[in-house]
Design a protein around this ligand. Sequence first.
Ligand code: ATP
Length: 677
Amino acid sequence: QTKLQSKVEDPYPDWKPGAPVPYAALCTTFSLIELTSKRLIITEHCSLFLRQVLRLTPDDFLPTVLLMINKLAPDYAGIELGIGESLIMKAIGESTGRSLQVIKADQKEIGDLGLVAIKSRSTQPTMFKPKPLTVRGVHKGLMDIATVAGNGAQGRKVDGIKKLLSAADSQSTGKVDIHKDKGGPSEAKFIVRFLEGKLRLGLAERTVLVSIAHAMICHEADQKGAVASTKEIEEAEAMLKTVYSELPSWDVIVPAMVNNGIMRLKETCKLRPGVPLKPMLAKPTKAITEVLDRFENQTFTCEYKYDGERAQIHYVSKDHSEEYIDALPGATKEAAKGVASIFSRNSEDLSKKYPDILAKLHTWIKDGTKSFVLDCETVAWDVTEKKVLPFQQLMTRKKKDVKVEDVKVKVCVFAFDLLFLNGEAVVEKSLRERRELLHEAFQPVEGEFAFATHMNGQELEEIQIFLDESVKASCEGLMVKMLDGSESGYEPSKRSRNWLKIKKDYLSGIGDSLDLVVLGAYYGRGKRTSVYGAFLLACYNPATESYETVCNIGTGFSEQVLEELHKQLSEIVIERPKPFYSHSSGNQHQPDVWLEPRYVWEVKTADLTLSPRYKAGIKDGADPAGDKGISLRFPRFIKVRDDKKPDEATSSRQVVEMYKKQEAVTKNKGPSVDDDF
Ligand code: ATP
C-alpha cells in the first residue's frame, strides 16, 4: 500500500472543513515537491494535497488544480498574464519599499526573481498583519491582473501584484533563508514564479492529471470507508487521461468529477464543439523507404502537406446552438446558419482573424450537417491563378479584428480530418470512415474549401510521384497516415507514429526543421551595428521545465527582418539569464543581451553534432560521456512561429531522437537517406 491508499493525519490544523484552502498549505506542498525530482514522490505529494482539498473544501478544487498547472483558465479562453520581468521587479520594489535599483541589483546577483521577492520581504518590518492568502483569493487576484485592459493597464497590473505580494507570507514568522531548501514554502516566491509562467517544480500537467485521478478515487473510497485498490487507481487514471484528451478543460471536468465521481466522467464529459482539442501531430521521416518500413503490411494513405496555419473549426447549426452557445467563446453569428469558432494549433481563438471563413462556412455544409469539429489547414490562395500561395503570404494577414471587407490575402481551407459530427465524437473511427463522413458532410467550393488531396497507392514509385506533385502544387511534402483499424483513430495531443510527415526539403537532412526559443541576442557587426545580428536559441525540456541552448544563428535574416526583430526583442531584454536557462557559463559564450523566453522560430539545419558549448539533450542522454550537448550545424532562420508557445518548442528529447537517427544512418551506412531519389 502506498501512503496515498492509507489514511493520513491532517497536516494543516488551521484549515477547517469548508474554509477556503490556505495558499500557504499549497505552497508547503510546492516546496516539498521542489525538493525532489522523483516523479512518484512528486505525484504522491500532489495527490495527497488534492485529496485534502476534496475532503475539506471541494469548492476550491478547481482553483487549486489551476494554480498547480500554472494556468488561470483553459487556453482557449485566451487569458494571459502579459507580464514581463520589469513589471514584476517594479511590484516587488513598491510592495516592500525598496528601490527598483536595489531590486535590479539583487536580481543580477541572485538571478531568481522568486528569491529576490523573499529577500525583499524579509527586510521589511511588518506593521500590521494582512489577512492570509487563500487559493481562491490568489487565483482571483491573478485573474484580475490578467484581465485588466484599457488605459493605465500596466499600472493596475502592478497594483494587483503588489496587493498579492503585500499579503504574502503574512503568517510566517522570522526570516527565510533563501539559500536553504530553495527558499522553502514562501508564498511570495510562488506568486512571482506563477507570474513568470514557470513554477519550476517538475510538475507537468500530465503529473497533475495523474495526481487528480489518484486523489479522486482515494477520496471516493475514503467516503465509503474503504481503500482504493491499485486496479481502481489505474482505471481512474486511464479514465481521466481519455476524457481530458477529448475535452481538455478543467473548468468543465472538475465540477462534473466532484459532483458525480470520476468513473462517471465519460457520461457527461465528451468531445464537444466549443472546447478545442489538442491536435494530433506527426513524426518526421527522412525517406519514403522509412515510411514503407513503418507501415509494412498495413494500409496507409498519403495526403498533401499544406503549408499554412492549422485550424480547428467548431460549428453548431442554429437549431442546435442553444446547448452549445455558451461553450463557443468566439462564437459569431456571421455563420448565418449557426455558431462557429476557429481555434489554432495551441487552442487560441482565431475567430477574429478569419471572419471571412466564418462568413462563408455555411456554403460548404451539406444539408443534414448539424454540428461538427473539423481539422484543417488554412492556406493563402491566389484568386487569379487559382493556386496555393506560400506561407509567407498568409503571415501578412492581420491577426485580430479583421474585417471581411478589408481582407487582402484570401484563404482556402483544406480539410483533412473530422473529429465530431452531428452530436457525436468520431475520433475512434478509422481514418477511412472519418474521411468518408467528411466527404459526405461537406462540399468543396473553389478557392474557399477543399478536401486535402489524397492518394491511397502503396508503392514506392506512386508515392514518389505524388510527393513531386505535392511540391509542384506549392505544398511542403506529404503526410502519410494509417488508414484502417483502431490504430488509425484520431489521437488528440499525440505526436503519433500513425501520422508521418515527409518534407521534400529535408529528405537529405535531418528529417525536419526545429522550432526553437530565442534566449539571447548579439549586436551586429559592420552594416548591422544598430540591430541584433545573431541570436542564441534553445530547445525546451519539459521534464526539467528548462530551456537548453542549442545554437547561435545569424543566417537567413533579411535586413528588414533584422530591424523588426530588433524592435520586438528590445522590449523583452532581461537583466540576466533566467534560472531555468541551461547554458554555457564560459564568458566568451554569453550573448550581449538576454531575453525573456517568448518567441519561437522555425530553423533549418544541415545536421546535428555534439558540442561542449551547448546544453541541448544532455539530460536526455545525448552524449554518453554526459558533458556535450547537441547543436545545429549551419542553422538557418525560416520564420517566426506565432502559433507556438515557448513550451511547445521542439523538445530536448526530440532533438536527441533526431540526432540519434542521423547517427544511426551515417554509422550503418544502411540505406542512404536519399536513396529514393
Ligand atoms: P510543422 O513544422 O511540420 O508544421 P508541427 O509541429 O506544427 O510541425 P507536425 O505534426 O509536425 O506539426 O506537422 C503536421 C502539421 O502539418 C499540422 O499541424 C498541420 O498544420 C499541417 N498539415 C498540412 N497538411 C496536413 C494534412 N494533410 N494532414 C495533417 N496535417 C497537415
